[in-house]
Design a protein around this ligand. Structure first.
Ligand SMILES: Cc1cc2nc3c(=O)[nH]c(=O)nc-3n(C[C@H](O)[C@H](O)[C@H](O)COP(=O)(O)OP(=O)(O)OC[C@H]3O[C@@H](n4cnc5c(N)ncnc54)[C@H](O)[C@@H]3O)c2cc1C
Length: 422
């Protein structure tokens, strides 16, 4: 087939590589210029968490090693709260890690890999403005295709055109919080995600290979202690010091960095159908989620593997419907989990009850064969999101009947007895 992929971001490049390796001819049409050879001034600062789903997709196309060469492993969260620092491991062993990667670097690696596949052509500086059947239009040229893939992100143009043809459902939700990024110079324990849960805001920071961290501050847009009320340097400085304590010691120029850019919006998109008449959506175009489970890119990569498999198993027309049927229930679950994790990161990482509950879950993960926390299933496995949630609910019911930490102690003792240890 001749395939036109709109968008050379995470999903577009990943899918182009996969489809071209199957023998399809793929034109990737991207509105931006070629980022290779630049340091991507805007993208440079953005670091994202790569989890097992994303690693599996990169492994499939032979790019994992290259992607990890500049990644930093994150073995847990370091929570900074009221001058105290606590550590919450992500998993039960060394295999259960996330990797912090610069989105720009990963995009470049994917673009290089796509450019090296003979059947892929990359068209930079071509903004798609229209779709007529499977003809993709940009101001400068028209691309004819047998299949059009909208990998053009949360504000997808392909989706807008698809919606003109079908009775589509579409829900876009903006969080009343936004985000701004900043850099934290080298810290002591870089191999973790650092979190500053404030009372009125949240800071999350991913490690970079040079030991620095890329921080993201999340705050409401409005109100005295929201982005709009913190435009004055003195006010912003006082608020950040009060809210995030040691962060202001770690980042001497926090205030100028904080005030340097407009805050970004956080958007979640749900739509159906994802496909009609040989046009299909993947990644954020189909299901943008709030970033609080660190899964948007990982899910976008996973979409590509599922769509690729469906195209290999079915005729093109059936494949698109099969892809949506197989995938959408799971990304709907991810949207829910991502919204919920915002509350967890904001409020509950410093709640003793929540932490005790986490510890029980975590201990059971170590002691009971087959017991896995929801977080581990989402981040350290490729179990479909909906299946992971269903299994977590079953475990929760068990845990509910379990008499707190006493049960864990008994279990541990029983296990030690069985293994002959004391
Ligand atoms: C603050 C923040 C933190 C995040 N952290 C994580 C994380 O830790 N882990 C994680 O997995 N995910 C994370 N994400 C989500 C992740 O960045 C996205 O889910 C991922 O980039 C989606 O990939 P995509 O290819 O679908 O879309 P995009 O990466 O947005 O790519 C879309 C591409 O389409 C192009 N395009 C758009 N319109 C047109 C057009 N009309 N014509 C041609 N080209 C067009 C764009 O220029 C872009 O290159 C985070 C997001 C945010 C905002």
């Amino acid at each position: 087939m001749n395939v036109v992929v709109v968008g050379a971001g995470m999903a577009g490049t990943m899918l182009a590589i996969r489809l071209a390796r199957r023998g399809h001819r793929v034109d990737v049409v991207e509105r931006r210029g070629d980022p290779r050879g630049t340091n991507g001034p805007e993208a440079a600062s953005i670091s994202v968490g790569l989890s097992e789903r994303g690693r599996a997709a990169l492994r499939d196309i032979g790019l994992l090693e290259k992607a990890l060469a500049t990644a930093v492993p994150m073995r847990g969260r370091i929570v900074h709260h009221r001058g105290r620092v606590s550590y919450q491991p992500y998993g039960t062993d060394d295999t259960e890690v996330l990797h912090s990667v610069r989105r720009h670097d990963l995009n470049i690696a994917l673009l290089d890999a796509a450019a090296s596949v003979p059947r892929v052509r990359l068209w930079f500086g071509h903004r798609v403005t229209g779709l007529a059947g499977t003809e993709v239009r940009t101001p400068a040229r028209t691309f004819s295709a047998d299949l059009v893939v909208g990998a053009d992100g949360a504000y997808s143009t392909v989706r807008t055109h698809l919606h003109r043809r079908v009775r589509a459902e579409f829900h876009r939700t903006y969080l009343d919080w936004g985000y701004r990024e900043f850099t934290i110079p080298a810290v002591d324990r870089p191999e973790a995600l650092h979190v500053w849960p404030g009372r009125r805001g949240l800071v999350v920071a991913h490690p970079n290979p040079d030991g620095s961290l890329t921080g993201t501050v999340f705050l409401p847009f409005d109100g005295d202690t929201g982005f709009s009320g913190l435009r004055d340097p003195a006010r912003a400085g006082a608020f950040l010091a009060e809210e995030f304590g040691d962060l202001t010691d770690l980042v001497p120029d926090l205030v100028p960095q904080f005030l340097a850019h407009e805050p970004g919006s956080l958007v979640s998109v749900r739509t159906a159908p994802w496909q009609h008449d040989r046009v299909v959506l993947v990644g954020d175009a189909a299901h943008a989620v709030f970033p609080f489970y660190g899964q948007g890119m990982n899910a976008a990569f996973e979409d590509c593997a599922v769509l690729d498999a469906c195209l290999a198993e079915h005729t093109p027309d059936d494949a698109l419907a099969a892809f949506e049927a197989r995938r959408r229930p799971h990304t709907d679950v991810l949207a829910e989990l991502s919204a919920r994790n915002f509350v967890e990161l904001r409020d509950r990482v410093r709640s003793p009850v929540f932490l005790a509950r986490k510890r029980i879950d975590f201990t059971l993960g170590r002691l009971v064969p087959g017991w896995r926390t929801l977080y581990a299933m989402i981040s350290h496995s490729s179990l479909p999101y909906g299946d992971a949630l269903a299994r977590a609910h079953r475990q929760d019911r068990l845990l509910g009947g379990f008499v707190g930490l006493g049960g864990v102690t008994l279990l541990a003792a029983a296990r030690r007895k069985r293994s002959g240890r004391c």
